[in-house]
Design a protein around this ligand. Structure first.
Ligand code: GLP
Length: 263
């Protein structure tokens, strides 16, 4: 795991957008896994800026969103589908035929989940998966106890997640209790993973997932089993890590890795 600590939210967003832009420049038909939530809003803004100012081309990329609330139609204001259009898709030149977001109002979530997995396979798998982290340590909506082998499926939301997400709804009763989410197994098959987190309220869970033991109770710890994970944090989210000096040294001396290889 490569840990990059940045001074603030703005720098976290710029750094993560640069990483994504570089991957798109390297592979024009990149398959992106996308996340929702407050955390990636700044990253999407930066990507839109790079698209407008430097002509970053999204026309050949495909995207797969991690999750969606069960019961919400794609145009519902609180749906993740709406969020993605509003914050990202409508500002770039992505081909909407290559955009996939789980369908919250499907009549058959099980069949839909199988179909979603098949679409990911059909395009050759996800090249770069972007992730945030939930207050309970979840990635996508893989709540505590989710199997590390899990695939796209319906998951019941944990109490803390319902409370955390209630800020977007006018009452607690309106917050959906279920979501369709990629599984941990689906996420771990992405070739590269980029997790971003900011703010003091994420500090404990960030320290647990990077430096704590692997456990299905904090599903982000599954990322310790992946060979190519980059974590971009702001100072606040990194504040409970114990090995920050080491991470910073590696961040600032990466060029030496190349020199030392072959010695
Ligand atoms: C939701 C999403 C996650 C996201 C998390 C954190 O639960 N399903 O993908 O990472 O919220 O959201 P935020 O970035 O708003 O803290």
């Amino acid at each position: 795991m490569e840990i990059i600590v940045t001074p603030n939210y703005e720098e976290m967003s710029k750094t993560s957008a640069k990483i994504i832009a570089n991957e798109i420049r390297r592979k024009h038909d990149l398959v992106l896994g996308l996340a929702t939530g407050d955390t990636p809003v700044g990253t999407y803004e930066e990507l839109v800026k790079i698209h407008k100012e430097e002509g970053l081309d999204f026309s050949k990329i495909s995207s797969f969103n991690l999750d969606e609330y069960v019961g919400l139609a794609p145009l519902h204001k609180n749906s993740y589908n709406y969020f993605m259009h509003d914050n990202f898709f409508k500002h770039i030149n992505i081909n909407m035929a290559n955009v996939y977001v789980p369908q919250g109002n499907t009549n058959d979530p099980e069949e839909f989940s199988r179909w979603y997995e098949l679409q990911i396979k059909r395009v050759g798998g996800i090249d770069l998966q972007i992730l945030g982290i939930g207050g309970d340590g979840h990635i996508a909506f893989n709540e505590p106890g989710s199997s590390f082998a899990s695939r796209t499926r319906v998951k019941a939301l944990y109490k803390q997640t319902i409370e955390d997400n209630s800020r977007f709804f006018s009452s607690m009763e309106e917050v959906p209790r279920f979501a369709i989410t990629m599984g941990i197994g689906t996420i771990l098959e992405a070739r590269k993973i980029l997790l971003i987190a900011n703010g003091k309220k994420k500090a404990d869970v960030v320290a647990s997932f990077i430096e704590g033991p692997v456990t299905s109770q904090i599903t982000a710890t599954a990322l310790q089993l992946h060979t190519h994970v980059t974590v971009v944090l702001d100072q606040d989210a990194a504040s409970k890590l114990t090995r920050t000096e080491y991470y910073n040294w590696v961040r600032d001396n990466k060029h030496m890795v190349h020199k030392s290889v072959g010695r």
